[in-house]
Unconditional design. Structure first.
Lengths: 572, 167
């Protein structure tokens, strides 16, 4: 058996589980592991500028590939700096493993220098965690962590490594486990047959069906199956914010995103449906609006790999625990007799109704000769990337504009912090995406507020030559906060305005990149074209947009799904 | 309808497993009335009994959330089926006079408890049974004497008959 130090075991086990990139930052408790990293070149380490950045990079890497992202940080502040990233991944069910250094075992509990109870701190926001006690346990802990992170409902897993067990002076036998068996952990993948039959009957009987598709469909790589099933049933399909791309944004059966800032037709379709097939979506409050008024006519079929997601907020009539992919496969034989032709006839009235809602064109907006509208920027980005870019987003108005005005046709193309709503997520996430897809366009849609929350990573971008395209919608304000203040607080803009914005162009230049300032609508298209033409450069587009633009449609609080404001003056 | 529930959980006997369950209760806003935990006949497993007050929807969520924890094998709600539940209590009472001693002794006998420690001014009493029996004894004792302190284990329980929680 091969003998090696605990530190070498960590790096070797990472290689053995197939890790290509580790995003991290060194420090006292992990110096031995960094020494082991230095002496090999199979696992590549990416040196970030802040540990939060590392966690979002690993997250973006995971979201864009489906592989587990990996983070390596030191104890204490290194570990706690990743917590926001861990919570972000947890809320969106993203597979990630965080290796944190820990003070030597004999000093745990003594308030030693840079000591923090990382397993305790992260407990509510991880799928599982390990505090490894012996060097011999390292390979098994790492193998288990990656298995847990990326099976069932995926999520982040923390491995805390006390410094003494990774000591480079000591040798231990290394054995990587061939099979991982965790006797208390057996995630369900297949649905219950009786439930599947019931679902098939309900779908066949439906006169006003809708498919409601969430992030779970992307995690299960089930896009092709969903498209086939939706086409067979001729059913309208809506995606959640997390599900964008799972069903193509340009497909004629797509009615748009649903929820708080969903399209009128998506929310109307849901509210009036007689049968909802929820695939890997979790009926969260940003979708349902008032649960008591939620879709009163619908027979709800809820497919989710996590039983705890079913009937958590909205009661499902036909609950099915299983992965979206497996359940659709099981469903197929029961719906063989359904053909698109007969369905077209059967759903003619339903589609006529949906077309009528669509004809309201709820996403239309007025352009101006003076000032750039944020929606226009996203449309320009779409045009100049042929709709094929990976778009990572920060959080706020720009996020909703990107979600609504960039129709995503492929899963994993849209990368955003949907559940936690983490400002500062976009840039590092786009970097993770770029590492995974070096030849693709990795764009960030951000705002003047969000971009400043992890702007230090511009330095990392230079170090690794990441040609990210930063599309910053600069409205000189925290737009979404300002929108709520306009709507609810009579325009009292409490601290949603920043007095002194940096010169973003100069800032980008100072970090060694290209900055482009765009002020006027007439310059937008040219500037976007120039940005995309600079294939090898990071370009920071600082685009001045209309400060007074609100995101519409918007659900009215405490209302049903389809009770919405359509503009500053119109409502449903 | 809010009612009292007894949940029995079988989990890995590993450090951190208990804190994950308790953390889940606080993080999701569930109440814990009592908690009783120890290793089982198989030393690699622990068994945990939790009592809580909640409605049907919440108990369904609690059960599912606990089940989701990687360390947990099984969760069962004992409340709905036939079950045996017991709690153990140790109570220390002040016994200043012969009359109080006699009175306490009678009460303890009626409740089928035992006096397990005697000192010149105190009795320590042990009693087991369902929680309401322990409550009743405490009330009775405090009517005739000063209860100095009491320590209760919290409820532990098993389903009656063939049903069992095992891996």
């Amino acid at each position: 058996m091969e003998m090696m130090s605990g530190a070498e075991m960590v790096v070797r086990a990472l290689k053995d589980v197939g890790v290509k990139y580790v995003f991290g930052y060194p420090g006292g408790a992990v110096l031995d592991i960094y020494d082991a990293l230095f002496r090999q070149d199979e696992v590549k380490h990416i040196l970030v500028r802040h540990e939060q950045g590392a966690s979002h990079m690993a997250d973006g890497y995971a979201r864009s590939t489906g592989d587990t992202g990996t983070v390596l940080v030191t104890s204490g502040p290194g570990a706690t700096n990743t917590l926001t990233g861990i919570a972000t991944a947890y809320m969106d069910s993203i597979p990630m493993v965080i290796l944190s250094g820990q003070v030597p075992s004999m000093h745990i509990g003594e308030d030693a220098f840079q000591e923090t109870d990382m397993v305790g701190c992260s407990r509510p926001i991880v799928k599982h965690s390990f505090l490894v006690k012996k060097a011999e346990d390292i390979p098994v802990a790492i193998a288990k962590a990656y298995y847990i992170a990326n099976s069932g409902r995926p999520g982040p897993v923390v491995i805390d490594l006390p410094k003494d067990i990774v000591n480079i002076q000591e040798s231990h036998p290394y054995e990587f486990p061939e099979n991982i068996d965790i006797r208390s952990y057996n995630p369900t993948a297949k649905g219950h047959n009786k439930q599947i039959k019931k679902a098939a009957e309900a779908l066949k009987a439906a006169k006003r069906p809708v498919f409601y598709v969430g992030g779970g469909a992307i995690a299960a790589d089930s896009s092709a199956d969903i498209i086939a099933l939706a086409e067979q049933f001729n059913a309208p399909v809506t995606n959640t914010l997390m599900g964008l791309g799972a069903f193509p944004g340009t497909h004629p059966q797509f009615v748009g995103m649903l929820g708080m800032h969903g399209t009128l037709e998506a929310n109307k379709t849901m509210h009036n449906a007689d049968c909802i097939l929820a695939l890997g979506a979790r009926f969260d409050d940003r979708v349902t609006n008032n649960v008591a008024k939620f879709c009163p006519h619908a027979n709800i079929i809820h497919v989710d790999v996590d039983p705890a997601s079913i009937s958590k907020t909205v009661n499902a009539h036909i609950p099915i625990v299983g992965s979206v992919e497996k359940v659709i496969e099981q469903l197929k034989p029961h719906v063989k007799d359904i053909t698109p032709e007969t369905q077209k006839e059967k759903l003619a009235d339903w589609w006529q109704q949906i077309e009528q809602w669509r004809s309201r064109k709820c996403l239309s907006y007025k352009t101006s000769d003076e000032v750039i509208k944020p929606q226009q920027v996203i449309e320009s980005l779409y045009k100049h990337t042929n709709g094929e870019a990976f778009v990572s987003s920060d959080v706020g108005q720009h996020q909703m504009f990107a979600a609504l005005y960039y129709p995503f046709d492929k899963p994993r193309q849209w990368i955003n912090s949907g559940g936690l709503g983490t400002m500062g997520f976009g840039l590092p996430a786009a970097m993770g995406v770029q590492f995974a897809h070096p030849d693709a366009i990795s764009a960030v849609v951000t705002g003047d507020g969000s971009i400043q929350m992890n702007i230090q990573e511009l330095s990392t971008c230079l170090q690794y030559n990441l040609p990210i395209k930063i599309i910053s919608l600069n409205n000189r304000a925290l737009g979404m906060v300002r929108q709520w203040q306009d709507m609810i607080y009579k325009g009292r803009h409490s601290h949603s305005y920043m007095e002194s914005m940096p010169d973003f162009v100069k800032l980008a230049e100072a970090y060694g990149h290209v900055g482009i300032k765009v002020d006027h609508p007439s310059e937008l298209d040219d500037a976007m074209a120039r940005c995309m033409a600079m294939k090898d450069k990071l370009v920071f587009m600082d685009i001045a947009v209309d400060q007074n633009e609100h995101v519409y449609p918007m659900q009215i609080k405490f209302g049903a799904m389809d009770e919405m404001r359509l503009s500053k003056t119109e409502r449903t | 309808m809010i009612k009292r529930r007894i949940l029995s959980v079988l989990l890995e006997n590993e450090p951190g497993a208990l804190s994950r369950i308790m953390g889940l209760f606080s993080q999701r806003g569930y109440n814990v009335d009592s908690l009783c935990v120890a290793t089982t006949a198989d030393p690699s497993l622990s068994r945990l009994t939790i009592t809580t007050q909640c409605d049907d929807k919440v108990i369904e969520q609690i059960t599912k959330q606990i089940n989701k924890l990687v360390d947990v094998f099984k969760v069962s709600d004992l409340t709905d089926g036939d079950h045996v539940e017991r709690e153990l209590m140790l109570v220390k009472v002040a016994t200043p006079t012969e009359q109080v001693r006699a009175e306490i002794k009678r009460s303890v006998d009626i409740f089928r408890g035992q006096i397990v420690d005697v000192s010149p001014r105190n009795y320590t009493i042990q009693v087991t049974g369902p929680s309401d029996k322990l409550d009743a004894l405490l009330r009775t004792l405090s009517e005739s004497a000063d209860v100095t302190e009491a320590s209760r284990t919290g409820v532990c329980g098993l389903a009656r008959g063939e049903k069992s929680l095992k891996i």
